[in-house]
Design a protein around this ligand. Structure first.
Ligand SMILES: [Fe+2]
Length: 407
């Protein structure tokens, strides 16, 4: 008898096809898996907790297949039926299930689940896997786009909108004045002084010597200038470049209404530095995307300061988990932002925040405002998908590889 997982593949590709790239009659992804990515995928099984039924996903001759049973799979992950359904529907993610203790490795390495996630999304939703060889970014006139382009606030709106919808981000110079930046920096100092480890409103990391480092505060809107950004027309003008109406779902003075981050060198543990990720990486893609994040820079975006880099043209595709220093990882583009400059990026677009290469500063600091598609939200009515990162009494947020190794 076919397992529930097998049936879910058949229902997508036509009963009896057994192969995601086979001769089934259902809708199928319009692009194959990139060969370089497919070559990284060892046989991987999912088992359903309620029934014990399992299926194994394999790549054979460049084709993705789903076979009954878990024999031969290097890694077998156990999920509840509800979690599997959420994964298939793209409202749950591998990282969210692992952080939330809802994925258990019956054998093997949970990091394989992350590696397979782009293939599973491709299988179940048709979303392509990012392939650097096929990225072709064109302007409205058909000419190649420069992904490092800097805009001015009064540049042509249609031009900016096209750039955002094609490349996945827009970099705008001198949106905020020097005086405004100084106000925001002063408030940032106040917020730093108010944050406490374990207050569940801040993210902390650790240096090698064991001392704690404040990486992020989630209620920056407690300060008036920070709070005013929530209604700032310049911010809303940029969010209006998205192809659908966007809204700030969380009030200005609530947790995650306005967020502030600081980059610092030598953060050995925690989420002070971020791997290549998407902002819906903890779940909710199908229920809330597109999302868009505005970053107001309070410090420089340089390698020494701990830069933010984007992967041009990635926002409608997937990429497996990769650290910034992974030899296979792409380089991306770091807008040369200074204090007062702004970026807007689609949350789906891949971006990375490696540690500063400098030791003396100034380091990058950004105020973040997260927009969600109007009407979109948590598929179960939850507050924020990132809440799965909170809860530790110390305020520490463990990195992905450490969490995966726990289960
Ligand atoms: Fe992000």
């Amino acid at each position: 008898m076919a397992s529930a997982i097998q049936s879910s593949v058949d229902s997508r590709f036509g009963a009896g096809s057994g192969s995601a790239a086979g001769s089934g009659s259902g809708t199928r992804p319009d692009r194959p898996l990139p060969a370089g990515y497919a070559a990284t995928l060892a046989p991987f099984a999912i088992a359903l907790a309620e029934t014990g039924e399992a299926s194994t996903f394999v790549v054979r001759d460049g084709r993705l297949e789903c076979r009954p049973g878990a024999e031969g799979a290097a890694t077998c992950v156990e999920l509840s039926q509800a979690s599997f359904d959420g994964l298939r529907g793209d409202v749950e993610s591998a990282a969210g299930l692992i952080y939330g203790n809802r994925a258990r490795a019956l054998r093997g390495d949970l990091m394989d689940f992350l590696q397979w996630e782009p293939a599973l999304r491709w299988l179940y939703t048709g979303r392509p896997v990012y392939d650097p060889d096929t990225v072709d970014l064109r302007g409205r006139d058909g000419a190649p786009l420069d992904p490092a382009r800097a805009f001015r606030p009064d540049d042509d709106r249609e031009e900016m909108a096209h750039f955002l919808r094609t490349v996945g981000y827009v970099f705008v110079r001198e949106v905020f004045s020097k005086e405004e930046v100084e106000q925001l920096q002063a408030e940032a100092d106040t917020l730093r002084g108010l944050a406490r480890e374990g207050d569940q409103e801040s993210w902390w990391g650790k240096r090698r010597d064991g001392t704690s480092v404040l990486c992020r505060v989630l209620r920056a809107g407690s300060q008036p200038k920070m709070r005013s950004l929530h209604a700032d027309p310049r911010i809303h003008h940029l969010a209006g470049l998205c192809e659908v109406p966007m809204e700030l779902k969380i009030a200005a003075d609530e947790k995650d209404g306005v967020t502030l981050l600081w980059k610092q060198p030598g953060v050995d543990e925690g989420l002070g530095d971020l791997p290549w990720h998407r902002d819906c990486g903890l779940g909710g893609h199908a229920s809330m995307c597109p999302t868009a994040v505005i970053s107001v820079f309070l410090g420089p975006n340089t390698p020494e300061a701990g830069e933010l880099r984007f992967l041009p043209g990635s926002w409608q595709s997937s990429l497996p988990f990769q650290t910034a220093d992974d030899a296979r990882a792409p380089r991306g583009i770091a807008p040369p932002a200074r204090a007062g400059d702004v970026t807007i990026h689609y949350g789906d677009g891949l971006h990375v925040a490696p540690p500063p290469t400098g030791t003396t500063g100034p380091f990058r600091s950004c105020v973040l405002l997260g927009f969600t598609r109007a009407g979109g939200g948590h598929h179960e009515g939850g507050r924020h998908y990132n809440d799965v990162l909170l809860g530790d009494e110390s305020g520490q947020v463990a990195d992905m590889k450490k969490v995966a190794a726990r289960h």
